[in-house]
Design a protein around this ligand. Structure first.
Ligand code: FE2
Ligand code: FE2
Length: 232
């Protein structure tokens, strides 16, 4: 989709939102959507860890890990965390709000990027059979352990505090700036492109089909409710 087409679609979405009385997505919602993508990368790491724990001698799934780790580098460290630091963390720090928590989260961005760069390098080296899986497993496990509580704290404490702090005008301006950066850093496909990349990895590992995670408990197959009237 060209930039002009994308802008036209965005205009239509804004118009539809206005008709429905709904505001367009704000910065915290957009960052929380990114956390959904982050979670899907973490699920890939967890699946790879399970495989190695079951079969320690299994060859490294370097193609899947490479896509996941490069996505983490490009989208999460290269865009999402830059936006958090620039627009959310610094704004809260300027008001002396949540400073100790922000400092921990900021250091975790640095730690996360270091681990990701090691994973990216390991997948490149693994193709040349130069890297043992032990270090890769340790780095993936450390990443998952850090980022699950990290993003949960941002969703439940940091983003709500930022929303309480800023005016409606600043709220809108930050989202517009984030959109502009996203297009510059990630290209036109942005979030949609990232989503299709992680979906392909999930399919390759056999973890894409959501229904496989539903437990077989009594009553699970009863009919799902459907609305009787439009809008009900
Ligand atoms: Fe973060
Ligand atoms: Fe985040």
């Amino acid at each position: 989709m060209s930039t002009a087409q994308k802008k036209a679609v965005a205009k239509v979405n804004l118009a539809a939102a206005a008709r429905l009385g709904a505001p367009p997505m704000g910065a915290p919602e957009s960052l929380m959507k990114d956390h959904g993508l982050l979670n899907r990368i973490l699920l890939v790491y967890k699946n790879l860890l399970e495989r190695y724990q079951k079969s320690p001698d299994e060859p490294l799934h370097s193609d899947e890990l490479s896509v996941a780790a490069n996505l983490m580098l490009r989208y999460i460290h290269g865009y999402h965390e830059e936006m958090e630091e620039k627009f959310i963390f610094l704004r809260l720090k300027r008001e002396h709000l949540l400073t100790p928590l922000i400092d921990v989260l900021w250091r975790q961005h640095w730690g996360g990027k270091t681990l990701t760069l090691r994973l990216v390098a390991a997948t490149a080296a693994a193709r040349r059979h130069e890297v043992g899986a032990q270090r890769v497993q340790r780095d993936m496990a450390a990443f998952v352990r850090m980022y699950e509580p990290h993003e949960a704290r941002e969703d439940t404490v940091v983003f709500p505090a930022w929303r309480d702090l800023v005016s409606d005008r600043e709220f809108d301006v930050v989202r517009e700036k984030m959109d502009a950066v996203q297009e510059r850093v990630l290209g036109e496909r942005g979030f949609a492109g990232a989503l299709s990349e992680i979906s392909a990895v999930e399919r390759s590992l056999g973890i894409f089909r959501l229904a496989q995670y539903t437990p077989n408990v009594p009553g699970i197959n009863k009919p799902v409710p459907t609305p009787q009237h439009p809008g009900s």
